[in-house]
Each structure stands twice: as structure tokens, then as C-alpha cells.
Design a protein around this ligand. Structure first.
Ligand SMILES: NC(=O)c1ccc[n+]([C@@H]2O[C@H](COP(=O)([O-])OP(=O)(O)OC[C@H]3O[C@@H](n4cnc5c(N)ncnc54)[C@H](O)[C@@H]3O)[C@@H](O)[C@H]2O)c1
Length: 356
């Protein structure tokens, strides 16, 4: 893999920071773009400064650029001074629910910001591999049409052929996306188009629940991180609808970055993949609450709200067959228990250092 010089956008966020650390350990030169817009979206709990500081301490060849992906001219200047081998685009307005309050900003960051980066790459680093972190919300609520059965603690696919979950064949139009899902679907299509039309090496990863200790978890985004935060710091967690039996598949940020590495080593032009924890790392809200209580030894305060989040998935498991068939060396390496342990340990550490 020829990835000496890497650009990571959203480098202070969950996936971006994992990519920075991972490729820095491999000796690459990393440039990160992040303007801490997560603070603007979610207020103080979304502030990513702690993570940027952590990266500055732990990396060797990392340069941070306090730059906005909406700023085409600033991107142009950066791309004129560096020829990148790999671009990992993680900067986003990441919340389904938040987008309702800020439709223009959401679209500018998610859709236009992505086109800005695709175009800068085409003009200045056309040989680079470009990874776009998309989302399973591009399918809108179409996955809810899969027949389900109700089990004691979770919703489950009723037909054996759906056991592995949702494939990339699920349609992305004629569904309710949320504005976030629609702005990401726009970016997802443009990324695929730059790959297919211009022959650029572009991978589109449609994430399930991406998680890990470096998340600045808030109620509107970062479900496991926020759940653990409430268990450790106190407060009340709200479960919205579906009897608390909604199922999510969770993938550790390390396994996401490993998928990026595999794709970059053997890229394709505009290919879209589902990328989540798959069947083995799937869990329902009720099951997650029980697990957190068991692993942290703390009782979680939570309340049930009858109305589900608009367009929310009832049972979503990413079918990983396509990615695994293209990249057979890749697989999930971090299971759910370890994910929980790491997030619990990290929140406990952050709590202790805040009190110190
Ligand atoms: N975390 C998940 O569960 C999940 C699920 C599916 C898809 N995704 C996608 O994966 C990507 C990474 O998600 P994440 O969880 O790491 O998000 P995150 O919010 O932790 O990180 C995103 C980073 O981008 C930065 N940013 C936002 N707007 C910016 C702008 N205009 N210019 C520069 N920087 C900006 C933020 O400050 C933040 O640090 C996003 O595209 C997201 O939509 C995430």
C-alpha cells in the first residue's frame, strides 16, 4: 500500500482519530482537518478538544489543520501544497435527529463538504484512494420492511434468508431517511459517481453503529458511548419506542480503520459496502442496558418514551458478506464485551482525571 501521506478529515472525532493514530503508528505522515464543529452541533459534551490534545501527545507525524470542509478555497490551498496517497473523509454532521434543526448546515457539511473534497482530490491528488464514511441511513427506513419477529429482549429477522442482515441491494430511494440520511445519501452517490465516472479509487462505507472509546458521546449521537456515560456519570437515558428491543450492530473504530487499510491496499472505483459489527456484534437497547449494568456494576437510570425516533431502524444488522468477499483478510476482531469494557474504562478514566 502506497500511503505515505494521508489526509484525515474529522480527525478529532471517533473514526478520524482512530485513523490518525493507526496510520501514525505505521510511520505515515498524517494531516488532519477538524474545526471542532461537533462542539457547535452538540454543545460542550460534544467538544473534541480533549481528543485532539490526546492525538498531539500520542503521535509522531501528525499535523492538525483547523479547517472547515465547507471552505473550498482553504481546501484548495492545502491540496496544492500536498499530494495525498489516501484521503479518509470522516468529517460530518453525524446526527439523524439534529439535522432537523439545521437542514442547511447539515447539507453544507455532509453533501457539499464531501463534493469539495472529491473535487480537490480529482484536481490535485487524482491517484489517491478516497474513503467516504457513509451511513446505513442512506437506506432510510426501508430496512424496516424486512419481516420481524418479537423475541423477549429484541426484534429479530423472521426469515432465515435475512439472518446476516441488510445487504447493499437495499434500495436508497422512496424511503424516509431523515434529513441527515438524505444529505449523506447525496454525498454517498457523489462519491460513487466520482469513482465510476472519473475512474477514481473510491470506497463508500455505509456504517452501522461505529463506536469506541474516543467518541465524544452525546444523546443525539454515539449511542453506546452516551449510554456508558450516563451509567458512569449519572443522569437518565431515554429509550425511544420499539419497546426498547431495537437492534444495532456495533463495530469498534479499530475494525473500521482496518477495513480502510484493506480497501486502500486494493482499491476499486466507487464501490459501496455495508460496514458494521454484523450479527455477532448486534445488541438491542434492553440487552445493552443489562450488559452495561453487569460490566460496570452500576445501575443505569433510564426511562421509556413511547414514540420512536422518526425513521429509526427497528432491527439493523449489516450484512458484511460483500466486503469480506472483496477483502477476505478483514474480519471483526473486537467483540461486544471488549467494546463495552474499553468504553467503560475510558469514561471512568475521564471522570477520574476531571475530579483530580
Ligand atoms: N458513529 C457512528 O455511529 C456512525 C455511524 C454511521 C456513519 N458514521 C459516519 O462516520 C463518520 C465519522 O463519524 P464519527 O462517529 O467519527 O463522528 P464524530 O462526530 O465523532 O467526528 C466527526 C468530526 O468531524 C468534525 N467536523 C464536523 N464538521 C466539520 C467541518 N465542517 N469541517 C471540519 N471538521 C468537521 C467534528 O468536529 C468531529 O470531530 C461520519 O461521516 C459519520 O456520518 C458514523
Amino acid at each position: 500500500m502506497n500511503t505515505e501521506k494521508i489526509l484525515v478529515t474529522g480527525s478529532s472525532g471517533l473514526i478520524g482519530s482512530e485513523a490518525v493514530e493507526y496510520f501514525d503508528r505505521k510511520g505515515c505522515e498524517i494531516h488532519g482537518i477538524d474545526n471542532n464543529m461537533r462542539l457547535v452541533f452538540f454543545g460542550t459534551p460534544g467538544d473534541t478538544t480533549w481528543n485532539l490534545e490526546r492525538l498531539r501527545r500520542s503521535t509522531k507525524k501528525f499535523t492538525h489543520h483547523n479547517l472547515d470542509v465547507r471552505d473550498r478555497l482553504a481546501l484548495e490551498t492545502l491540496f496544492r501544497s500536498h499530494r495525498f496517497d489516501l484521503i479518509v473523509h470522516c468529517a460530518a454532521q453525524p446526527s439523524h435527529d439534529k439535522a432537523r434543526d439545521i437542514p442547511i448546515l447539515d447539507f453544507e457539511v455532509n453533501a457539499l463538504g464531501t463534493v469539495n473534497l472529491l473535487e480537490a482530490t480529482r484536481l490535485h491528488s487524482p491517484e489517491a484512494v478516497f474513503i467516504f464514511l457513509s451511513t446505513n441511513k442512506v437506506y432510510g427506513d426501508a430496512p424496516n420492511e424486512v419481516p420481524l419477529e418479537e423475541l423477549e429482549t429484541r426484534w429479530e429477522y423472521a426469515r432465515p434468508e435475512d439472518y446476516n442482515g441488510i445487504t447493499e441491494n437495499c434500495r436508497i430511494d422512496r424511503t424516509l431517511h431523515s434529513l441527515f440520511g438524505a444529505s449523506k445519501a447525496s454525498a454517498d452517490l457523489m462519491a460513487q459517481e466520482y469513482g465510476r465516472y472519473f475512474g477514481m479509487k473510491i470506497g463508500v462505507f455505509r456504517g452501522g453503529c461505529l463506536t469506541g472509546p474516543s467518541h465524544s458521546g452525546v444523546e443525539l449521537h454515539g449511542f453506546l458511548s452516551y449510554l456508558v456515560k450516563v451509567a458512569i456519570l449519572g443522569g437518565t437515558y431515554s429509550v425511544f419506542g420499539y419497546k426498547g428491543k431495537q437492534v444495532r450492530d456495533n463495530i469498534h473504530s479499530h475494525d473500521v480503520v482496518r477495513a480502510i487499510e484493506e480497501f486502500a491496499a486494493n482499491p476499486r472505483c466507487g464501490e459501496a459496502y455495508n460496514l458494521g459489527g454484523g450479527r455477532a456484534n448486534s445488541i438491542s437497547m434492553l440487552e445493552a442496558i443489562a450488559k452495561i449494568e453487569q460490566l460496570s456494576g452500576k445501575k443505569l437510570n433510564w426511562k421509556y418514551v413511547e414514540e420512536n425516533r422518526k425513521g429509526d431502524h427497528i432491527c439493523y444488522i449489516s450484512d458484511l458478506t460483500k466486503f469480506k468477499s472483496h477483502y477476505p483478510k478483514w474480519g471483526i476482531t473486537i467483540g461486544l464485551d471488549e467494546i463495552f469494557r474499553q468504553i467503560i474504562a475510558d469514561h471512568t478514566k475521564r471522570l477520574q482525571s476531571a475530579g483530580a
